[in-house]
Design a protein around this ligand. Structure first.
Ligand code: CMC
Length: 378
C-alpha cells in the first residue's frame, strides 16, 4: 500500500456489500431494498418501512400487525432507566442522553445470542419501541417533569408526538412526522451506519451498536446539521439579508448548513419530499418568513455553488418541518436517530450474515527509530 491509495474520508471506497439501500447521487435517486423512496413516502408507514429494511421484504398483513403489536407492547422503559435519566444534567444535549440510555438498555437485556433469531427479533423490537420513549422521557425529565406514558392505542408516530406534547396530535401532523421517519430511516454507508457496522463486526450487542451509531450521528457534519439550519435561518432573519449573509459565509469559506453531500451532486430526493411537507405546513401557519428565506437561500446557493454540485440535503428542510411540529430544536437529531435505528438494525443483521471484523490499514507518515528523550532533556 502506498500513500496514493489513501482516500481521506474513505471517499469512494466500498466498506461493505449491501442490499439494504441504494443511492445514485448524480440523478438524485434513493431506494430502500429496491423500492424508490418516493413510493415509500407516499404509500408506506414507518414501521412497515422499518420491517422492509430490516427483514428485506414487505410484511404481509398478519406479519405487519404482529410486528406493530410487539413494538407497541415494548414501548415502556424500565423505571431504572428513567431514574438514571433523572441523574443526567438537564443542560446536557438530548443526543448524549440518548446515547447513554441506548447503551444502558444493554445492561437490562444482556444475553447475547447472535445466532438465535428470537434474540435478534426481540432486540429489533425493543430498540424500535424504546428509543422514541427515551427521547420523549428526557425532554420531560430535563424540565423537571415526569415522563409521559406511551399510549397503546396510537400509531408509532402519533404516540411519539403524544409523549412529547402530552396531547393527541392532529392526524395530518402525525402523518407528516411518520413521513419524516420514513425519509430518515436509511441512507447507505453514511458515517453512523459505518460506525454501526464496525461495532457490529466485533459481535457486540445491538444496544452498544446503536449507542455507537447515535454518538456518530450527533456531529454537526452528519445528523446535527438540521439544528444548525434553523439557527442559520433565524440569524438571516429576512429575505433581503440572504445574499449578504451568503456572501459573508463564502468570503470566510464557511459551510452553509443543510447544503452539500458526499454522494448527492443534485438536490437530495428526500429534500424534495420534505419541501412539499414544508409548503403544506407553512400554508397552515401565519406570517413566518422562514420558508421564504429558505427558498431564497436555496436559489442563491444554487447560483454560487451549483457548479460544485452543492444543493440542499435532507437536513435543509427537515428542521423547518420539525419546527412546525413544535419540536424543540435540540430534539431534531434524536428524531433522526429514532428513524435511523431501522437502518442501523438492517445493517446489523446484514453484517452478521457475512461477518468479518473491520480492521482497515493506515498509511503511516510518522518517523522511525527515534531515541527516547529523558524528561529533563525535552
Ligand atoms: N457550504 C459551502 N461549501 C460547501 C458546502 C457547504 N455546505 N459543502 C461542501 N462545500 C464545498 C467545500 O468547501 C469544498 O470546496 P472546495 O473544493 O473549493 O474546497 C467542496 O464543496 C467539497 O466539500 P467537502 O467538505 O470536501 O465535501 P464532503 O463530501 O467532504 O462533505 C458534507 C460533505 C455534507 C460534510 C459537506 O457538504 C458539509 O459540511 N455540509 C454542511 C453540513 C451538512 O449540511 N451536513 C448534513 C449532511 S446530509 C445528512 C447526513 O449525512 O447526516
Amino acid at each position: 500500500m502506498t500513500a496514493c491509495d489513501f482516500q481521506p474520508g474513505l471517499e469512494g471506497i466500498p466498506a461493505a456489500q449491501s442490499q439494504v439501500s441504494f443511492v445514485n447521487g448524480q440523478v438524485g435517486k434513493l431506494e430502500y431494498r429496491g423500492v424508490p423512496i418516493e413510493a415509500l413516502a407516499e404509500k408506506s408507514n414507518f414501521l412497515e418501512t422499518a420491517y422492509l429494511l430490516i427483514w428485506g421484504e414487505f410484511p404481509n398483513a398478519d406479519d405487519l400487525e404482529a410486528f406493530q403489536e410487539e413494538i407497541t407492547h415494548h414501548r415502556r422503559v424500565k423505571y431504572r432507566i428513567r431514574d438514571m435519566m433523572k441523574c443526567f444534567p438537564e443542560s446536557g444535549h438530548p443526543m448524549d442522553a440518548l446515547q447513554a440510555s441506548a447503551a444502558a438498555l444493554g445492561l437490562f437485556y444482556s444475553k447475547r445470542a447472535l445466532d438465535d433469531p428470537t434474540y435478534i427479533r426481540q432486540a429489533v423490537v425493543r430498540l424500535l419501541a424504546k428509543i422514541p420513549t427515551m427521547v420523549a422521557a428526557f425532554e420531560h425529565i430535563r424540565k423537571g417533569n415526569d415522563p409521559v406514558r406511551p399510549r397503546d392505542d396510537l400509531s408509532y408516530a402519533a404516540n411519539f408526538l403524544y409523549m412529547l406534547n402530552e396531547q393527541e396530535p392532529d392526524p395530518f401532523l402525525s402523518h407528516v412526522f411518520d413521513t419524516c421517519l420514513i425519509l430518515h430511516a436509511e441512507h447507505t454507508m453514511n458515517a453512523s451506519t459505518f460506525s454501526a457496522r464496525v461495532t457490529a463486526s466485533t459481535l457486540t450487542d445491538p444496544y452498544a451498536i446503536v449507542a455507537s451509531a447515535v454518538g456518530t450521528l450527533a456531529g454537526p457534519l452528519h445528523g446535527g446539521a438540521n439544528e444548525e439550519v434553523i439557527t442559520m435561518l433565524a440569524e438571516i432573519g429576512s429575505v433581503e439579508n440572504v445574499r449578504p449573509f451568503l456572501a459573508e459565509k463564502l468570503a470566510t469559506k464557511s459551510k452553509i448548513m443543510g447544503f452539500g453531500h458526499r454522494v448527492y451532486k443534485v438536490k437530495d430526493p428526500r429534500a424534495k419530499i420534505l419541501q412539499k411537507l414544508v409548503e403544506k405546513l407553512f400554508a397552515r401557519s401565519d406570517n413566518d418568513p422562514s420558508y421564504e428565506i429558505a427558498l431564497e437561500l436555496e436559489k442563491a446557493v444554487a447560483e454560487k455553488l451549483g457548479g460544485k454540485g452543492i444543493y440542499p440535503n435532507v437536513d435543509f428542510y427537515s428542521g423547518l418541518v420539525y419546527q412546525k411540529l413544535g419540536i424543540p430544536t435540540d430534539l431534531f437529531t434524536p428524531i433522526f436517530a429514532i428513524a435511523r435505528v431501522a437502518g442501523w438494525l438492517a445493517h446489523w443483521r446484514e453484517q452478521l450474515e457475512t461477518n468479518r471484523i473491520y480492521r482497515p490499514s493506515q498509511v503511516y507518515i510518522g518517523e522511525h527509530g527515534l531515541p527516547y528523550i529523558p524528561p529533563e532533556h525535552r
